[in-house]
Design a protein around this ligand. Structure first.
Ligand code: C2E
Ligand code: MG
Ligand code: MG
Ligand code: MG
Length: 280
């Protein structure tokens, strides 16, 4: 009986591997038609200035509603797009779309996530510059968000590209700070304007004694280097208060707004600005 159970277990294991592979292929096939099929959409999530509580910018977050697979999370399809090389065309679409959309809100910047793979071989400076010029968006209104993985394969090349972008006026944000292997190395070696503290540290506020001292240290580090800090994934009023006491310059999370479609975020922005005027 034990043997049979064992064999069954192996069978199940093989089957789930097979299912995974099939799903992966389906995602790849679906993604390759997603642009032409108009299945991609950008949602926007506000980034709030912690001192004034004004909206400083909006982060563009990609949404995919596949005809065959339904809604698929970017946490699932972005890695597959990276491995299959589809990230180039998808990333290009994201940049173009985000730069068009941000003309709707002339006061705030737009933050665009870029994958490590988009850097390799492609001339990111030309691509970003070209799309910004076409859309008529000044470079300083565009932030790019990269994670440390962008630096792994060709650190010197990445530093040069980021440096060129920064000197043109683009803002550079290091995303998911603290979750990589060499966060301090990255801060030392790459031109940056913003550090985004990963949600996992914010989650710990009020629950784990380590959370506040770690966040405080990152804020001091950033201040010493003249960088701004965004706390990611702020969900509660208690977290907001703690972060403001710690001197965090910017806040982002469901407490303020979930990522929303372009038209919804504009309605949200108008309502917020009306409320602001009333409170003066
Ligand atoms: P990220 O850039 O670190 O984005 C933050 C993620 O946290 C987003 O998930 C956002 O919706 C979510 N989030 C924000 N505030 C809260 C909160 O208060 N609570 C919770 N539970 N979650 C919150 P999303 O949209 O699923 O994106 C996941 C990741 O996919 C992003 O992480 C980014 O790495 C990647 N991604 C999304 N859009 C793009 C894109 O256009 N290009 C590239 N290359 N990657 C993208
Ligand atoms: Mg991001
Ligand atoms: Mg992040
Ligand atoms: Mg992330």
């Amino acid at each position: 009986a034990a043997k049979r159970a064992g064999r069954n277990r192996i069978c199940r294991f093989d089957k789930s591997l097979d299912d995974n592979l099939r799903r992966r292929r389906a995602i790849e096939a679906g993604l390759s038609k997603a642009i032409a099929g108009k299945e991609l959409e950008l949602h926007y999530q506000p980034i709030i200035d912690g001192n004034t509580l004004n909206v400083a910018g909006f982060e563009a977050l990609l949404r995919w509603k596949s005809a065959e697979l339904g809604q698929v999370s970017p946490a699932v399809f972005i890695p597959i797009a990276e491995e299959s090389g589809l990230i180039r065309s998808i990333g290009d679409w994201v940049i173009r779309q985000a730069l068009n959309d941000c003309c709707d809100w002339p006061q705030q910047y737009v933050a665009i996530n870029l994958s490590a793979r988009q850097f390799n071989g492609a001339d990111m400076v030309q691509i970003l510059r070209g799309h910004a010029d076409t859309a008529g968006v000044p470079y300083h209104r565009v932030h790019i968000e990269v994670t440390e993985t962008a630096f792994f394969e060709d650190a010197r090349g990445a530093a040069e590209t980021l440096g060129a972008l920064q000197s043109l006026g683009f803002g550079i944000a290091l995303d998911d700070f603290g979750t990589g292997y060499s966060s301090l190395f990255s801060v030392k070696n790459f031109p940056l304007d913003v550090i985004k503290i990963d949600k996992c540290f914010i989650d710990g506020l009020g629950l784990e004694p380590q959370a506040a001292p770690i966040i405080s240290a990152v804020i001091h580090l950033a201040r010493g280097l003249g960088l701004k800090v965004v706390a990611e994934g702020v969900e509660t009023e208690d977290q907001r208060q703690a972060l403001q006491l710690l001197g965090c310059s910017h806040l982002q999370g469901y407490l303020f707004s979930k990522p929303q479609s372009r038209s919804h975020i504009l309605t949200w922005l108008k309502a917020r600005q009306t409320a602001e005027r009333k409170s003066f």
